[in-house]
Design a protein around this ligand. Structure first.
Ligand SMILES: Nc1ncnc2c1ncn2[C@@H]1O[C@H](COP(=O)(O)OP(=O)(O)OP(=O)(O)O)[C@@H](O)[C@H]1O
Length: 302
């Protein structure tokens, strides 16, 4: 049995003569929150549409819970819920009515709507017209609609786009609840790493249709070279002293110097060296390149 909720194998997709997805091999583990990242136009929405069979993939390139999608279309779609682009909501109906409508359409017990409102935190707004919902509430209602048939896998295309910080936090917490309390797997796309770095367990980064990185969020963090940030009373002299001793300066400004390091002992040695040369060290500490810069590095090199 496959451990992956989604697996693509060398997936390639063209719009006319433009290759939009190139040799893409995604592996989304069951139970993960998989952050599908890439700049605008990278091919994220196209990939999600292929995963939902809204665009047809060549055979043997897309597998949902281990089953080839074209040969198992209905069975695969039953296991997936999705929010792609704008949620399909009727503004003149209340949140409850939108959900009840969907239940009727899918032949699901109407009472299911209460669970859905509860999961997405809209119980208090159940009888309010959806047109009066905030953008974040609309997104949550969209997720409730996607969840109503109880799919194991949710595909969310930029669900935090246009939301204010509170709305982003609500979606973030909802995704964590859905995986930890309700056993779902989520693939969530974004063009901003910062929006998903705190929730994603796994990350796939694409640019121009190609996968540039795939792994756990910790593996992504390990890629950023650790460095030591030093603040002294004489930056010029400190830089000269460190460079003389063979240190690699990665960044410098009026207040601080960042130097690569391998072990804690290196940090101690740098401190001693500076003090012995008459420099006062105000602070010295390990730092990591922030993930957003790492993301920009990865996507701009290709
Ligand atoms: N229906 C279409 N016909 C032709 N080209 C398309 C079509 N849909 C998307 N494209 C092109 O495919 C490329 C990838 O677009 P896609 O929407 O998948 O990117 P994305 O990563 O989701 O970007 P964004 O974050 O801007 O939504 C773009 O160059 C886009 O212009």
């Amino acid at each position: 049995m496959s451990n992956f909720a989604i697996e693509t194998v060398g997936l390639t997709y063209n719009f006319g003569s433009q290759t939009v997805v190139k040799d893409l091999s995604l592996q989304v583990p069951k139970g993960s929150i998989y952050g599908f990242l890439g700049p605008n136009g990278a091919g994220k929405t196209t990939t999600i549409k292929i995963l939902l069979n809204l665009l047809q993939s060549p055979s043997d390139q897309v597998f949902i819970f281990g089953k080839e999608i074209n040969a198992n279309r209905i069975a695969s779609l039953k296991r997936m819920g999705a929010l792609v682009e704008q949620p399909a909501i009727y503004g003149h109906l209340t949140g409850k009515e939108n959900l009840v409508n969907r239940c009727i359409l899918l032949g699901i017990k109407k009472s299911k709507y209460t669970d859905m409102l509860n999961i997405v935190g809209l119980t208090d707004a159940a009888n309010k017209k959806a047109a009066q919902y905030s953008l974040g509430m609309k997104q949550r209602l969209g997720i409730a609609l996607a969840l109503i048939s109880d799919p194991e896998l949710l595909l969310l295309d930029e669900p935090t786009n246009g939301l204010d910080p509170n709305g982003i936090i609500e979606i973030r917490n909802l995704m964590i609840d859905l995986t930890t309390k309700h056993g779902k797997t989520i693939l969530v796309s974004s063009h901003l790493l910062a929006e998903i770095e705190r929730t994603a367990t796994h990350v796939g980064i694409i640019n121009k249709g190609q996968l540039l990185f795939q792994g756990t969020i910790n593996e992504l963090q390990d890629l950023s070279k650790p460095s030591v940030k030093i603040e002294t009373n004489n930056q010029e002299k400190a830089i000269a002293t460190l460079v003389n001793a063979g240190a690699e300066i990665v960044q410098q400004n009026e207040q601080t110097i960042s130097v690569t390091f391998k072990t804690k002992a290196d940090m101690g040695n740098m401190n001693t060296l500076l003090v012995q040369n008459g420099i006062t060290v105000f602070s010295i500490g390990k730092e990591r390149k922030d993930l957003e810069n790492l993301f920009l590095d990865i996507t701009s090199k290709n």
